[in-house]
Each structure stands twice: as structure tokens, then as C-alpha cells.
Design a protein around this ligand. Structure first.
Ligand code: SF4
Ligand code: SF4
Length: 331
């Protein structure tokens, strides 16, 4: 299963790089004489979860899917659905940032011979940072922002170009951004999934949603030999060997604990069936996860709520304006 997960993660990382490159070509063609028109890849909207969350609230109140970045809404819905079906499986199997974080701690393990675990005294307060960030976004968007305020925001050039602005965070990186990334990268070498565990507000939300997922890791006390291999292997530092059922919002559904358990049937992936839990083949977990992810995207495509309704000429105008903003600010 470990190889299947690593291959899946590498595949989605490759898709992300491809999407980023295509979006870069799309942006660059304005103001140049590109022979062939490059269309905008809608999945780039996955990088705008705040827009997706805003669109979800707007949809709940008005029944309308915001047309400039509809894929942000669809992606947000798809990722939340995956968390309802298959724990934080999006973080453990699909998210490119989760994959990069994993590559960092694996490199750290190779370099230093081990990764570190923050003591509980620091781990809990630092982990609360991501919940604070999540709470702030929920307060600002979920509570304070009314649908009328959202409409006024959706028609601004700023909103129309949030995808371009997000890309420019990386293509025209400021010194501060570089320092922040280097610091996070350094910590990620020492601590497993540092960004995901301590700072990602999206992961915090998905973790809470994942509590409702029927899929959970279950340990059979009678078969368990208490070797603690599962606890040692868990990238989310969950004490699997101490629990009957893993309810933690940090569980990525990565199945690493299953791969490391030496005792047949001691640890299983299970699904709620009435009052009991039924074990199922671990390979079905990523299948359910990916099927539910693409099912929502498929619905978005079929209902024509995937591609932006913004006309390329409007894109050209707003992108050209951003270019002028940058030359005026001397960047
Ligand atoms: S408990 Fe198992 S499935 Fe959950 S994060 Fe830890 S190793 Fe992965
Ligand atoms: S790896 Fe398996 S046998 Fe060892 S402690 Fe965990 S559940 Fe028990």
C-alpha cells in the first residue's frame, strides 16, 4: 500500500506542476504574440480554498455558483466530500503540499537519521495555530461577510485576478515570502508534515470534517502484540497502539500503520456498519477517495460549473493592469 500511496501522491504532484505550467503559459500569452491560444486550466482554482469557501456560502444563500472561479467552489466541495468519505485522505493522498511536506521529512530522516517529535507541552499549543487561522477565516467569511458584500467583492478586478496573484507569490517572490518558505522548509526537515500539522487552516477544517467519516483505523486488542510499530510509523504522531479506534482529526488515512503492523488482523481499515465496524481491504480506501473526488468534479464539468465564464478579453485587461501595477511599484 505504501508504494500505491507514494505513486498516487507523485501523480497528483505531477498534475499540479502541469496545471501550474499551463496557467503560466495562459498568463504569459497576454501582451505577447503566442501563435496558439492557451486555455486557462480551471483546476488552478484548487489553490484558492478561501474563494471556494466564500462561493459555498454564497451558493447556500443564493443558489448561485459564482461564475468567475466556479472551479474553486467545485474543488472546495470535492475536497470536503473526500474528507467526509475517507478521513483526511485528501491530505494524505492528493494534496501536493502534503506530498512536498512528506518529501521534506523523508529527506530530513535520511540526513539526520531520524525525525523529531515535539513534546506534548509544545505540540498542542503550536497545533492550535492552524485552528486559530481556520477560526479567523470562518469568522471573517462564514459569519461577517454577507452575500451582498460577496457580490461586491466578486466584481472587483482583485477577485478576478486572485489566481494570477496567487501564482505571482511564487513567480515574483518577495524576500519575506522566501524567508517564510525557507523557515517552514527547515522545520519540515525535522518535524513530520510540519506545515500540515501546525499551520494549514484548510487541513484543520478537513480534520474536523473527517471526524464524521465512517472509515476509521481499528485495533484488535486480542490480536495486538503491543510492538508499537504502528505508533512509531504514524506520520501524524498518533498513538495508534494505545487506541481501539483512531478518531484523531490528524489521521491522514495514509495506511502507513497498516503496512507496519506485523500481526495479521491486529490493525484494520474499517467502516461503520450500524453499531459495529466492518473491516475492508485497504486498497478500497484510495479508490473511494479518488472516485468521490472526481465525482464532484465531474458533476461540476457536466453542469458547466467548471470553466470560468470570464471572457479572455476581460482577462487580458485585468492581467495587463496587474503588469502596470507591478511596473509602477518598481517590481
Ligand atoms: S493512524 Fe494510521 S492511517 Fe492515520 S495517519 Fe497514522 S499511520 Fe496514517
Ligand atoms: S503494529 Fe500492530 S501489533 Fe504492533 S502495536 Fe500496532 S496494532 Fe499492535
Amino acid at each position: 500500500m505504501r508504494k500505491v500511496r507514494h505513486a498516487t501522491q507523485a501523480f497528483f504532484l505531477f498534475l499540479t506542476v502541469l496545471t501550474g505550467y499551463r496557467f503560466y503559459l495562459f498568463m504569459s500569452q497576454f501582451g505577447s504574440d503566442t501563435a496558439e491560444f492557451v486555455t486557462r486550466p480551471p483546476s488552478v482554482d484548487a489553490f484558492m480554498p478561501i474563494a471556494g469557501f466564500m462561493s459555498l456560502k454564497y451558493f447556500i444563500f443564493t443558489g448561485i455558483i459564482e461564475p468567475i472561479h466556479p472551479a474553486a467552489f467545485i474543488m472546495f466541495l470535492a475536497i470536503v466530500t473526500v474528507s467526509l468519505v475517507a478521513k483526511k485522505g485528501f491530505c494524505g493522498w492528493i494534496c501536493p503540499i502534503g506530498t512536498i511536506s512528506q518529501y521534506f521529512w523523508m529527506a530530513g530522516e535520511k540526513l539526520f537519521g531520524k525525525n523529531f517529535i515535539m513534546s506534548k507541552q509544545y505540540d498542542i499549543p503550536v497545533r492550535s495555530l492552524k485552528y486559530l487561522l481556520m477560526g479567523m477565516f470562518i469568522l471573517l467569511i462564514g459569519v461577517a461577510m454577507t452575500p451582498n458584500m460577496m457580490v461586491l467583492f466578486f466584481i472587483t478586478d482583485y477577485y478576478k485576478t486572485i489566481d494570477v496573484r496567487t501564482m505571482q507569490v511564487f513567480t515574483q517572490m518577495s524576500t519575506l515570502t522566501l524567508i517564510v518558505l525557507l523557515v517552514i522548509g527547515a522545520f519540515s526537515l525535522f518535524y513530520k508534515n510540519f506545515w500540515c500539522r501546525y499551520l494549514c487552516p484548510y487541513g484543520a477544517l478537513l480534520g474536523l470534517v473527517s471526524s464524521a467519516s465512517p472509515a476509521k483505523i481499528k485495533r484488535d486488542n486480542d490480536k495486538c502484540i503491543d510492538c508499537k510499530a504502528c505508533t512509531k510509523a504514524c506520520p501524524s504522531a498518533i498513538e495508534v497502539s494505545e487506541q481501539d479506534i483512531v478518531h484523531s482529526p490528524e489521521c491522514l488515512g495514509c495506511t502507513t500503520c497498516l503496512s507496519h503492523c506485523p500481526e495479521e488482523g491486529a490493525l484494520e481499515m474499517t467502516v461503520r456498519a450500524g453499531k459495529d465496524r466492518k473491516p475492508f481491504k485497504p486498497v478500497l480506501f484510495p479508490i473511494a477517495l479518488i472516485v468521490s473526488f472526481y465525482l464532484i468534479i465531474g458533476i461540476g464539468v457536466l453542469t458547466e460549473n467548471w470553466h470560468s465564464k470570464m471572457h479572455p478579453e476581460e482577462y487580458e485587461r485585468v492581467i495587463t493592469d496587474i503588469g502596470k501595477e507591478h511596473s509602477e511599484s518598481g517590481q
